[in-house]
Write a protein that binds this ligand. Structure first.
Ligand SMILES: Nc1nc2c(c(=O)[nH]1)N[C@H]1C(S)=C(S)[C@@H](COP(=O)(O)O)O[C@H]1N2
Ligand SMILES: [Mo]
Length: 437
């Protein structure tokens, strides 16, 4: 079979040190192009280290897979077809960056991450029960109706981000769902501050840490096993933005997002934002539930050799998520009319517990940068929407890069650093490819 110059052979790719697993034979990019009313094939000739994220979507988790893979698009009630399935059992789906272009992420576009089975929808949400026990003087058992009537609700727009967001950019591949940058979204969450409920339960002097339990059955069906059970230091739980949530974007919290009741613990790994929440136990020490041990949600204290063997005693629990910015328009793979010399860019940036100090964009692989304009966040933990205009000197192929800098003056790195076995902290600059003419 004859190859077009845009479809280099496998041997060709190897000899140029390009990672095979990053190549989708142009299918993914063509698909995205079609989605935005264009059809382009830019996926060839791009080295694995710089390949834009849309090209990595649908790539197999294992570097061993030799066949290019077509991304699998989600087919789920109430969800956009453009979400990309990263796993079916448990169901995990991410939002390609160009679908994060809304100020507030609609439910239909919000990413999905499960560790176990999805429970049945609650027949009577207001009767849903939450227990608060452990190191408290006044054990609580509250229905959702009682929660709503006893406490004053708050609504904040806040980023929820999976701890493994960006994992697919690690090399060698890190274990777990191969998120590009789409394991994140920013919704309006309505609920009761967790701290007020803990206060009502009366924290004892011995209270150090939370432990979260939910109604999702373990994948195996074994009732003695938790799908997930994480926890956090009391200080994080007492922050005013740590919420027990029952509504999302003004609607009752959908079952797929943990309805009727979940935690939203902004700034920290999404795994703390427990869905289908039934019980919070206060402990006198760090929690040791499912997802708290080994190298899960942990990062090395000293840089380790990529692909090396982890020594668990050198790891600490991942708390605040790293700074990240994404380009949400134009979409990766967009083709623009010949003669286009100026492009309006839009995006979003966020920085865990910190704030975003600035966002810069480049069209020349970082040789020069243009500062973006940040819209102010509505409240703490909201993302910053940003806009920028860039000039292009000619028709042709360009990559647009974005990088954010946080309030501690830490900038996103050009490539993923700090390799760790389960791939946390992958916050390399986001890149999209465009073709003018
Ligand atoms: N009960 C329960 N809560 C959970 C999970 C889970 O598997 N079970 N997954 C967590 C993880 S890892 C993430 S990133 C977020 C994802 O929330 P979403 O599916 O609403 O996007 O939920 C968290 N809460
Ligand atoms: Mo997650």
């Amino acid at each position: 079979m004859e190859r077009s110059p845009q479809e280099p052979s496998v041997d060709n790719l190897r000899s140029r040190g390009i990672r095979r697993r990053r190549f989708l034979g142009g299918i993914s990019l063509a698909g995205l192009g079609a989605a935005v009313g264009a059809s382009v094939h830019l996926s060839s000739n791009m080295p694995g280290t710089v390949i834009p994220s849309a090209l990595a979507q649908g790539a197999p988790a294992s570097g061993a897979a030799a066949q290019p893979q077509r991304p699998q698009f989600l087919d789920y009630p109430g969800k956009e077809k453009g979400l990309v399935v990263l796993g079916e059992r448990p169901l995990v789906a991410e939002t390609p960056e160009h679908l994060l272009d809304d100020e507030t992420t609609p439910i239909s576009k919000f990413f999905i991450r499960n560790n176990g089975q999805i429970p049945e929808a609650a027949a009577n949400p207001d009767a849903w029960k939450l227990t608060v026990d452990g190191e408290v003087s006044n054990r609580l058992e509250l229905t959702l109706a009682e929660l709503k009537s006893r406490f004053q609700p708050k609504t904040y727009r806040m980023v929820l981000e999976c701890g493994g967001n960006g994992r697919s950019f690690f090399q060698p591949p890190a274990r777990g769902n191969q998120w590009t940058n789409g394991g994140a979204g920013c919704a309006e969450w309505t609920g009761i501050p967790l701290g007020e409920v803990l206060q009502a339960a009366g924290l004892k002097d011995t209270a150090r840490y939370t432990a979260h339990y939910g109604a999702d059955p373990h994948l195996s069906g074994d009732p003695t096993k938790d799908s997930l059970s994480r926890g956090m230091p009391i200080a994080k739980a007492m922050e005013p933005h740590s919420l027990i949530v029952y509504a999302m974007n003004g609607e009752p919290l959908p079952t797929i997002h943990g309805g009727p009741l979940r935690l939203v613990i902004p700034g920290w790994p999404g795994s703390l934002s427990h869905k289908w929440l039934t019980r919070i136990t206060i402990r006198d020490r760090e929690h040791d539930g499912q997802g708290m041990t080994g190298t899960s949600y942990r990062v090395p204290n000293k840089p380790m050799v990529p692909g090396g063997t982890a020594d668990e005693k050198d790891f600490r629990i991942l708390q605040s998520m790293p700074v990240r910015s994404i380009i949400t328009s134009p979409a990766n793979g967009t083709r623009l009319p010949a003669g286009t010399r100026e492009i309006a860019l839009r995006g979003a940036a966020w920085a865990g517990d910190l704030t975003v100090a600035r966002v810069d964009v480049s069209t020349d692989a970082g040789q020069s940068w243009t500062q973006a304009t940040l819209a102010p966040p509505r409240n703490r933990y909201d993302w910053n929407r940003w806009t920028a205009t860039v000039q292009l000197p000619s028709d042709g192929y360009y990559e647009i890069w974005t990088r954010a800098t946080d309030s501690n003056d830490k900038m996103q790195p050009p490539v993923v650093t700090n390799w760790n076995p389960q791939g946390y902290g992958g916050n390399a600059m986001h890149r999209v490819a465009i073709l003018v003419g």
